[in-house]
Design a protein around this ligand. Structure first.
Ligand SMILES: Nc1ncnc2c1ncn2[C@@H]1O[C@H](COP(=O)(O)OP(=O)(O)OP(=O)(O)O)[C@@H](O)[C@H]1O
Ligand SMILES: [Mg+2]
Length: 209
């Protein structure tokens, strides 16, 4: 054991396009204001890495596609927080991340096609509990419809209540343009004008951190 070990947060889902990178980049900015933070981009697309590269106030960031554990072992004593953005498919890097992650954040959209991967993730977490018993796993509904008449959110919440390895977050992150704009501007929503996106993301952070 080192003197101090980074808290490791992983954002993952085998589904693509559910908002992993969006949520990872927004968490990253929140963490960098709390302590020394490393942003690990474990997706070949390198979206998070590139987002950081365009920023004025950059985080430390590395792109990793294999041997995640070797890299983490070298870095874990140098940081307060390590945030990992995982590719939207099954990967060795995801398996490695599960072994050492303190907090796993799984964003999902509310539709049935996006939810069908959850039983598989529930099983993965169950299996990794022997090696990583303190892992906390959270599901957050993202890109949810803003139309108050939509029943999709309530239906998704009901479905997700049946997976005991996951804590379903109360906060629902809605489909808001500001999240897309923030990525393009190499910012977090917290660095933009006040908005519902910013308020929602703050609620999310309170639940997860
Ligand atoms: N809450 C949101 N509101 C509006 N747009 C969003 C939201 N979350 C994500 N998006 C948009 O959805 C698209 C996919 O998001 P993102 O790239 O973060 O997903 P991902 O899960 O990382 O995808 P991939 O599997 O390709 O890595 C992007 O255009 C992003 O700007
Ligand atoms: Mg991504």
């Amino acid at each position: 054991m080192g003197l101090s070990m980074a808290l490791i947060i992983t954002v993952a889902n085998r589904k693509g396009g559910v908002g992993k990178t969006t949520i990872a980049t927004n968490i990253a900015v929140a963490l960098m204001n709390k302590g020394k933070t490393l942003l690990v981009d474990a997706d070949e697309q390198r979206s998070a890495y590139k987002w950081n590269d365009f920023r004025e106030s950059k985080l430390d960031s590395i792109a990793v596609h294999e041997n995640l554990l070797d890299m983490l072992e070298k870095k874990v004593e140098d940081y307060d927080f390590i945030l990992i953005d995982i590719a939207g498919r099954d990967s060795e890097v995801f398996r490695e991340a599960l072994l050492v992650t303190d907090k796993l954040v799984v964003p999902t959209q509310a539709s049935l096609l996006d939810l069908e991967v959850i039983p598989y993730l529930e099983d993965k977490i169950q299996k990794v509990k022997t090696d990583n018993p303190t892992l906390e796993a959270y599901i957050v509904i993202n890109k949810a419809p803003t139309n108050p008449k939509s029943s999709e959110i309530e239906q998704a919440k009901a479905y997700l209540a049946d997976y005991p390895n996951f804590k379903l977050l109360q906060t629902v992150i809605k489909d808001r343009k500001q999240f897309r704009d923030a990525i393009v501007e190499a910012k977090s929503v917290s660095e933009m004008n006040s908005s519902k996106a910013k308020d929602e993301f703050n609620e999310f952070l309170i639940e997860v951190l």
